[in-house]
Design a protein around this ligand. Structure first.
Ligand SMILES: Nc1ncnc2c1ncn2[C@@H]1O[C@H](COP(=O)(O)OP(=O)(O)OP(=O)(O)O)[C@@H](O)[C@H]1O
Length: 310
């Protein structure tokens, strides 16, 4: 559905993206992860045929961005990270305006708009003025807009950014729904855990270079070089920490107020014995979980040395 080969964009002497090779199948929900300025928007704009690469190839549904840009625009829905809505238009009018631009005519136009509003859970706002929507609702309206022409491929640039936790949950639910409809979705973010449980594939890009691109499980394994367990016990925390420290699989242990952070050795993934061990020593466990991957530090460490600007 999406294929890029050696895709490169240069501005003067510096590379916005460098030799990106990507292969996404129909139905893939691909998380495109990287910090600010990594090259996510550049890649998406090239795939949406809004920007030409310096060299390399990109195909969407088998069509080359050089030879069939019109066909690609028909097949792709691109949602930029920021977009404006018109002040004096109601939600339904806003959508109908774009539906008209897509030449959706007659009673079908309203039908399609209502369908898409329902799909993004925004039908309850159909008669509200577009500029009165919250950021989360505005993002969902933007999504409804790019769905009007029934694209097979969605390119969504940071649709979760700036949303509060509830709006994030709602947006993620909408994205999952779209994924289950068989669309190929590329969604960018700068937070790995935010996308990891939603996507089947992720790619990590930093300073224009894609350092990891694989199934979520594989990439998480690579990024998470060492698992850190956060543990809270009732009773003697120092004794629990000492016990953990003595285990072969544990690299180091620190105590922060009421919480123990046990860093496991590189490559250790099975730590199921540690809970029962603590309990056998008389500790009751209040919390036992993996620390969330800190993307910024973990993948900055992993990508060190990649992405040199020339
Ligand atoms: N028109 C331009 N002229 C010069 N440099 C540009 C231009 N557009 C983008 N760049 C540079 O290319 C690099 C990649 O930018 P891009 O917008 O693709 O990153 P991004 O991953 O989408 O970042 P963000 O998360 O901040 O949106 C950045 O260093 C940016 O400064």
């Amino acid at each position: 559905m999406i294929k890029t080969v050696d895709l490169t964009k240069r501005y003067g002497e510096s590379y916005a993206i460098r030799s990106i090779d990507l292969n996404l199948e129909a139905g893939d929900l691909f998380g495109f992860i990287g910090p600010n300025g990594a090259g996510k928007t550049t890649t998406m704009k090239i795939l949406a045929t809004l920007l030409n690469p310096t060299y390399g190839e990109a195909y969407v549904c088998g069509h080359s961005i050089y030879h069939d840009p019109k066909e690609i625009r028909r097949l792709v829905g691109y949602m930029p990270d920021f977009f404006g809505v018109y002040d004096d238009m109601k939600v339904i009018e806003y959508l109908e305006f774009f539906a008209a631009a897509y030449r959706i005519r007659g009673p079908r136009r309203r039908e399609v708009c209502n369908e898409k509003l329902e799909l993004v859970d925004l039908d309850f706002k159909r008669d509200a003025y577009a500029n009165t929507l919250s950021r989360g609702q505005t993002q969902r309206l933007g999504l409804a807009r790019v769905l009007l022409h029934e694209p097979q491929v969605l390119l969504l640039d940071e649709p979760l950014s700036g949303l509060d936790p509830r709006a994030r949950i709602e947006m993620r639910a909408v994205l999952r729904r779209l994924g289950s409809q068989g669309k190929t979705i590329m969604v960018s973010s700068h937070i790995l855990p935010e996308l990891a449980d939603m996507c089947n594939k992720v790619g990590i890009i930093d300073r224009g270079v894609m350092s990891h691109c694989n199934t979520v499980d594989e990439v998480m394994k690579q990024v998470r070089q060492q698992i850190v367990l956060l543990i809270e016990v009732t009773g003697d925390i120092d004794a629990a920490a000492k016990l953990l420290e003595q285990q072969d699989m544990v690299a180091s242990v620190t105590i922060n107020k009421t919480q123990i952070a046990a860093k496991l050795n590189v490559g250790v993934e099975d730590y199921t014995d540690l809970g029962p061990l603590l309990m056998a020593a008389g500790h009751k466990i209040r919390l036992f979980r993996e620390e969330e991957v800190n993307l910024e530090s973990a993948f900055m460490a992993l990508t060190k040395g990649l992405g040199h600007r020339v």
